[in-house]
Design a protein around this ligand. Structure first.
Ligand code: FCB
Length: 465
């Protein structure tokens, strides 16, 4: 039995001295200034104008006005005592139209941002693509079109030429599953297409673009750099031990996780997913050499985790086939606490996922490039939010990371999503993920209790108390 008189050590305190601590943001979600200094529209500018696509018809036109308030936002990161800041570069800002020469005015913004960070002792972590594809490239076919992968590699090299002397960590893509499936198969994100074939072609060309970019950056780098990709991963547990439930979980894990992890880290597509897709009449458009390119070695795998899921192979009426004769693959709602996104809070699944990654895909260091939660924040008259729910979420998930490390997972850092409340894609400004509150009327930033908690936790773990 545990000795209840002895205080239990917090697993968070086992995170090692070199552990990387940061916050993450992305360009379209915070920058605003969508028509300044030569920036051209991205697919999100277009999508936001589709009636009904985004809650309340909101757009990223102004967002957090970060483009004009960047030094103040960097100062916030510094005040929190964090060593790293993950941000993304807006492709249509630095290479308007998605091809051709760089736009010096657009690049200058990221140049200033990098210098501002370095001047405050914060390590910049660049994500090259966080969903803002230049609209012209979508008009030319978008990610389902193979040429977009080559355009991405050109763009990556152009950003690297400008920032590679100071930025040492580079992520090619953020969450290719979201770009591909939410954007092209399910129609919930820009560009809003609804075709499984397009979604799968997009997934392949995103991965190909990643591999091409990794090769180009590695060749261009004068000194060692850290290169990687960020994937959004989840757990898919079967609702019971029945064959139907286990198969539903297998299929969900395949389409959500292994379709990305296997080509990236094993140079092959998972055969069971290839078969599932074939049953839907969909083929992955792989050409000779693509898998070797996609599996070009990386130095770090970025993991974004928000929730886990349970799957059943039978519907509410007990049928294992839908009206079209397809196998049922249904996410089962559990009686668990949830965030404002209606996502289940399952920190143990985070541990399971990280341990599984280290077992099934050994050899690549992991960094948590996003984790966090939206809650219905209630500011006091001064704009302060006592977000104990977010503090609990972050603490439980950091404990989950620490436990995964104790079980052998090679996790080297953690970025909270997000520094600021921001434009949460199809949810507009309704969902707030920030550890710093943004008052969108005044653009005032007010750190929430979670920001102070994060600052104090990092300090304590580093032994600077
Ligand atoms: C991730 C995205 C990020 C943010 C969080 C809540 O899927 O990468 O931009 O929207 O979800």
């Amino acid at each position: 039995m545990d000795d209840i008189t002895r205080p239990q050590a917090d697993p968070i305190d086992t995170l090692p001295p070199g552990f990387r601590w940061g916050v993450a943001t992305s360009s379209y979600q915070i920058e605003g200034a969508v028509a300044e200094d030569g920036r051209t529209p991205s697919i999100w500018d277009t999508f936001c104008r589709v009636p009904g696509a985004v809650s309340n018809g909101e757009t990223g036109d102004v967002a957090c006005d970060h483009y004009h308030r960047m030094p103040q936002d960097v100062a916030l990161v510094a005040e929190l005592g964090l060593d790293s800041y993950r941000f993304s570069v807006a492709w249509p800002r630095v290479q308007p139209g998605g091809r051709g020469p760089a736009n010096p005015a657009g690049l200058a913004f990221y140049d200033r941002l990098v210098d501002e960070l370095l001047g405050r002792g914060i390590d910049p972590w660049v994500t090259l693509y966080h969903w803002d594809l230049p609209q012209e490239l979508e008009d030319a076919g978008g990610w389902p079109h193979r040429d977009t992968a080559h355009r991405f590699a050109d763009y990556a090299e152009l950003v690297f030429a400008a920032l590679g002397d100071r930025v040492k960590t580079w992520t090619t893509l953020n969450e290719p599953w979201c770009s591909a499936m939410l954007g092209y198969a399910y129609g919930q994100h820009a560009p809003g297409r609804r075709s499984l074939g397009d979604g799968i072609a997009a997934a392949h060309h995103l991965l190909l673009g990643h591999g091409l970019a990794v090769r180009r950056l590695r060749a261009a780098a004068a000194e060692p750099i850290e290169l990687g990709i960020t994937v959004n991963l989840s757990t898919a547990d079967p609702a019971s031990d029945s064959a139907a439930d286990r198969d539903a979980a297998r299929a969900a894990d395949g389409l959500g996780n292994r379709l990305y992890l296997d080509p990236l880290l094993r140079a092959r597509y998972p055969q069971d997913v290839v078969a599932d897709l074939a049953a839907e009449g969909v083929r992955i458009p792989v050409r000779d050499g693509d898998l070797a390119t996609i599996a070009t070695p990386i130095d770090v795998l970025g993991v974004n985790f928000y929730f886990g899921q349970l799957f059943s192979g039978v519907d509410e009426r007990g049928r294992d086939r839908d009206d079209e004769g397809r196998p049922v693959r249904r996410a089962v709602r559990r009686d668990l606490p949830r965030t404002a996104m209606d996502w289940e809070i399952v920190p143990d699944s985070f541990t399971d996922l990280l341990v599984r990654l280290s077992r099934d895909y050994p050899g690549v260091p992991l960094v948590i490039t996003e984790n966090g939660a939206a809650f219905d924040d209630r500011p006091n008259p001064d704009g302060f939010v006592a977000d104990d729910d977010r503090v609990a979420y972050l603490a439980e998930h950091l404990r989950a990371v620490a436990r995964a490390r104790q079980a052998g997972a090679d996790v080297r850092g953690y970025f909270a999503w997000s520094l600021l409340d921001n434009f949460e894609w199809a949810y507009g400004y309704d969902k707030r993920f920030g550890i710093v509150r943004v008052d969108y009327d005044t653009q005032r930033r007010t750190p929430k209790r979670s920001a102070y908690w994060y600052r104090d936790t990092v300090r304590r773990v580093r032994g600077q108390r």
